[in-house]
Design a protein around this ligand. Structure first.
Ligand SMILES: [Zn+2]
Length: 403
């Protein structure tokens, strides 16, 4: 087992960790929780919080139901304080990529792929040895200052579960990311989502991650509300966010080429309100303006990355309710009666949409039904259904699902 020293000067902390930061098996049956920290090696706050969580649960002898795993992501990158060594460990988890690395075990591979194989085996062991229901929490931090928020793939299980946290929830980021680890776990059918605790080197990020973890233990009934100071942790997170639990969708994304100069206008903070036409950035010598009213999301102020910024907007509650209803009744099975829409596979989890024929349907309409789009070519979109894989029956008896 590799042991790694994680040292953060700004967070004034030095800890020794291995793949499993800590594991607690309760004496009573209950859910299986997997917290993942440091998939990006320059984000130590989540790992430090998990280390502290395990330590506190043990020393205070808190009664645990089911099992809790705290897992470290990119150990080698964590030791070196880098986002990754050669490849981003959070961009290599599409089903095809996972299949191909499983077949390549004897070939020489870079250290990030070695980490991936190790993590994969770790997850497999947990899935085989624990009964579930399973929950995966992926802890991150951001380069610029931000209030804490949650990112989820838009399926009803994730939506219902995450609505318990008093922070903004961003749906649909997976349309813009290739192969994040969470999409992989969602495709397996389990509740899985990301929590962004704040800025990388901010002490408050550790505090936010710890509060998030404790709330997760309570929301899943892994521990009892009365075993900890629940209201304190709820307060820690709710005071960070003036908008409370609310759902947002991404409706604009400004992608950039690493060779061209991108400069965000100074002073934008995450979630800041924007007016249509407002000046946002310069890119390759041109001025970039806001395409519509909304809120800025993840403005790029560091030198690396291919996402200049996103623009998000709140999703009205009525829209969330209608979409939940349509998904539950399986409204989408009628879509293939329409011209330009057909199933892409026999599994009926993806639609092929010919935009020329089906142009009266907007992306928003498919989103409503739980589909996420990927452009195939000039005229075709593949719409993938996020609901098909969900193992809803695994969660039927949980407190949050029944509500
Ligand atoms: Zn990250």
């Amino acid at each position: 087992m590799t042991m790694v020293q994680l040292y953060s000067k700004n967070l004034q902390q030095s800890i020794n960790i291995q793949r499993i930061i800590g594991k607690i098996k309760g004496r009573h049956p209950g859910p299986t929780l997997v917290f993942l920290g440091g998939v990006h090696g320059n984000e130590p706050a989540g790992v430090i919080a998990l280390y502290q969580l395990i330590d506190e649960l043990r020393s205070q002898e808190i009664e645990v139901y089911g099992s809790i795993y705290a897992v470290a992501g990119n150990l080698s990158a964590l030791r070196n304080g880098k986002r990754f060594e050669e490849e981003d460990l959070n961009r290599m988890w599409s089903f095809d990529q996972v299949k191909s690395f499983l077949n390549s075990e004897n070939r020489p591979i870079n250290s990030d792929r070695q980490e991936q194989i190790d993590l994969y085996k770790c997850f497999e062991t947990i899935l085989q040895s624990e009964p579930g229901p399973y929950y995966f929490f992926d802890l991150h931090t951001t380069s610029s200052e931000t209030l804490p928020f949650i990112t989820v793939n838009d399926n009803l299980l994730n939506r219902t579960y995450t609505s318990q946290y008093p922070v903004p929830i961003i749906l649909g980021i997976e349309e813009y990311l290739e192969g994040p680890i969470l999409s992989y776990v969602n495709e397996l059918g389990y509740v899985a989502f990301g929590f962004e605790g704040g800025q990388h080197e901010d002490r408050a990020s550790v505090v936010n991650h710890l509060a998030f973890a404790y709330l997760s233990l309570v929301f899943t009934r892994s521990i009892s509300k009365d075993a900890i100071n629940y209201h304190h942790y709820l307060e820690v997170l709710s005071k960070t966010s003036p908008m409370g639990a609310s759902f947002y969708e991404i409706f604009d994304h400004f992608g950039i080429h690493p060779d061209r100069e991108f400069k965000m206008q100074p002073g934008f903070v995450n979630f800041q309100k924007l007016k249509k036409g407002q000046q946002l950035a310069t890119y390759a010598g041109e001025t970039i303006y806001a395409s519509n009213n909304g809120n800025i999301f993840m403005p790029l102020y560091q030198n690396q990355g291919t996402d200049g910024f996103f623009i998000i907007r709140p999703i009205p509650k009525i829209f969330l309710r209608i979409s939940a209803m349509l998904r539950k009744v399986g409204f989408d099975k009628y879509l293939t009666l329409l011209p330009g829409v057909k199933w892409k596979s026999e599994r009926k989890d993806a639609l092929m949409v010919n935009q020329k024929l089906a142009r009266f349907f907007t992306k928003d309409f498919f989103h409503l039904l739980g589909y996420r789009s990927k452009k195939l070519d000039k005229n075709h979109f593949i719409m993938k259904n996020r609901e098909v894989a969900s193992r809803r029956s695994d969660y039927e008896n949980t407190a949050w699902y029944k509500k």
